[in-house]
Design a protein around this ligand. Structure first.
Ligand code: CAA
Length: 255
């Protein structure tokens, strides 16, 4: 792999974006390598979580401007440029972003495709595409607006200004802010905790939370209740509740 480093520890797979000469700009090659690496792992029952991270200085400074600059509208349409990112977004394995430094443009959009975001104090988020004569193209106008609301999304997308980790946390883009040197540890600990639970329950929980974005409250609550009922068909529900009552640690199998 030219653009990524992959490490597996137990049930957690950590992907480190690695194109340091261009601040981890997200090229077509990087996307292809990311999808090729994670696709088989997404259905591997022995994998419980992904951590996505960059370097200390930069998570990712956006889509690769050099790669895009000369393309025509027809090229973009024929290649359906960026559409592959939706495959990444749709992976069912929980994804945790560990961010220090810049997460701009496509980098910020990649963060927003993750389920948990652990940001270092140095993290900087933004959608500066307007400064390049374009707009966000990997879901930024949609996901940022859902996450932080219209007022702040408009501010960030129309002015191209950035926000620091604390503002991003207050706005709802970031789950936790920690010292920079703690991001990977904190993300991996969260990943290990998630990976230790019932895979079936974790998947169900993610689907229910995501449903909140696309349904009315009453539809969403009904969906959640039905999924909750269905989990009583799993061995893990029996194991989790028995373990609690017997005052022992549960042993989940994902069944
Ligand atoms: N694409 C390609 N190359 C990039 C890049 C990007 N997104 N961001 C940085 N680089 C390259 C620079 O061209 C530079 O290369 P050279 O050494 O060959 O000149 C190298 O990385 C280092 O960058 P800087 O010298 O600019 O580093 P800096 O520390 O002075 O500034 C920065 C850092 C503020 C992040 C600045 O690099 C920057 O503004 N980058 C672009 C951010 C941006 O506009 N992102 C949006 C991209 S478009 C997009 O993402 C569309 C979408 O919705 C998907």
């Amino acid at each position: 792999m030219n653009t990524l480093k992959l490490e597996r520890q137990g049930r957690v797979v950590t992907v480190r974006l690695h194109r340091p000469h261009v601040l981890n700009a997200l090229s077509a090659e990087l996307l292809a390598e990311l999808l090729d690496a994670l696709r088989p792992l997404d259905t591997d029952p022995d994998v419980g979580a992904f951590v996505v991270t960059g370097s200390e200085k930069v998570f990712a400074a956006g889509a690769d401007i050099k790669e895009m600059a000369g393309k025509s509208a027809v090229d973009m349409a024929h290649e359906d440029y960026f559409s592959g990112w939706e495959e990444f977004a749709a992976f069912r394995t929980p994804k945790i972003a560990a961010v220090s430094g810049y997460a701009l443009g496509g980098g910020c959009e990649l963060v927003m495709m993750c389920d948990l975001v652990i940001a270092g104090e140095s993290a900087v988020f933004g959608q500066p595409e307007i400064k390049l004569g374009v707009i966000p193209g990997i879901g930024g106008t949609q996901r940022l607006t859902r996450l932080v609301g219209r007022a702040k999304a408009m501010d960030l997308i129309l002015t191209g200004r950035t926000m620091n980790a604390r503002e991003a946390e207050r706005a709802g883009l970031v789950s936790r802010v920690v010292p920079d040197d703690r991001i990977t540890t904190e993300a991996e600990q969260a990943a290990e905790a998630i990976a230790s639970y019932s895979r079936t329950a974790v998947t169900a929980a993610r689907e229910c939370v995501d449903r909140a974005e696309n349904s009315s409250l009453s539809e969403g609550v009904l969906f959640e209740r039905r999924v909750f009922h269905a989990l009583f068909a799993t061995e893990d529900q029996k194991e989790g509740m028995s373990a609690f009552l017997e005052k022992r640690e549960p042993r989940f199998t994902g069944r």
